[in-house]
Ligand binder design. Structure first.
Ligand SMILES: C[S@@+](CC[C@H](N)C(=O)[O-])C[C@H]1O[C@@H](n2cnc3c(N)ncnc32)[C@H](O)[C@@H]1O
Length: 254
């Protein structure tokens, strides 16, 4: 058996998330998230994508190109890893969805919004802008939907979403409206709120809400070409502090 195989990229993803911070940890968590999977012309996307529009979901196989290496720049590999939802505990890497694995390959099931001649527009994503793509395969519910499947250590640890309320000032809502109309991006409020409700903060920063903290308590997620600054007032209340969006100055909460 050969040790190495060579794959060819089929294209690149344009995503509403420029950074890893804020990008959902799994697909399907932020329904209003957006990406276009652009297929390279040499694969003749106008032919290669025919028939896909009849499916509702597609598996995307991609390369974790933004994985950071260790202090010497070598790929990080640990046979046991800390899943963020399992505070302090370790699991075998093959029992997790960690991006740091022998082959840094990602697999996400996402919803097809439209199929265009040069690519596929999808929602419910968990990949960053610029992600290289290895393959697309249609989701086959008849064979892939398994009722009664077990979810191991992750059972009952699903991400909380609904309980967090998000406060916007009137000024910031106006900034958001201007951003939407200038950029043509729709549902930005929904996208921002769904993203923040997943609480993207690293575990280290949590638990100090409303008290003195050794860590920064204001964070910013980048969405498309804007920066949205927020603070958790307590575990269930978030305040949007600022929206830095192109051509609009810096909208700040008064
Ligand atoms: C925990 S991984 C799980 C991804 C996928 N569902 C899987 O199991 O293959 C998802 C996280 O990977 C990170 N990520 C997304 N795209 C990436 C890329 N191109 N390179 C490195 N990290 C990426 C983001 O921080 C995202 O929250």
């Amino acid at each position: 058996m050969k040790d190495n195989v060579l794959f060819q990229l089929i294209g690149e993803i344009r995503s509403c998330y420029p950074d890893k911070f804020g990008t959902p940890r799994q697909p399907g968590l932020v329904r209003s998230s957006w990406a276009k999977i652009c297929i390279d012309r040499r694969w003749q996307p106008e032919h290669a994508l025919s028939g896909l529009a009849e499916f509702s979901h597609v598996w995307v196989v991609f390369f974790f190109h933004k994985n950071e290496g260790d202090s010497k720049g070598a790929p990080r590999y640990h046979a046991k890893v800390h899943p963020p939802r399992m505070v302090g505990q370790k699991m075998g890497v093959f029992a997790t969805r960690s991006p740091h694995r022998p082959n840094p390959i990602g697999l996400s099931l996402v919803k097809i919004e439209s199929v265009e001649p040069d690519g596929v527009v999808v929602s419910g994503i968990d990949f960053v802008d610029g992600t290289p793509v290895l393959d697309l395969k249609p989701y086959l519910p008849e064979v892939e939907s398994i009722s009664g499947a077990r979810a191991g250590w992750s059972e009952g640890l699903s991400e909380s979403r609904e309980a967090i309320s998000i406060h916007w000032s009137k000024e910031l809502l106006e900034t958001l409206e201007g951003w939407e109309s200038r950029s043509g991006h729709t549902h930005l409020r929904e996208l921002i709120e769904e993203t923040i409700r997943l609480d993207p903060r690293p575990n280290l920063y949590k638990g100090y809400e409303g008290q003195a903290s050794p860590y920064r308590q204001c964070h910013a997620v980048r969405i498309f070409d804007g920066d949205v600054h927020f603070r958790f007032e307590d575990a269930t209340h978030v305040v949007i502090l600022e929206c830095q969006v192109p051509f609009a100055g810096h909208g700040k909460s008064k």
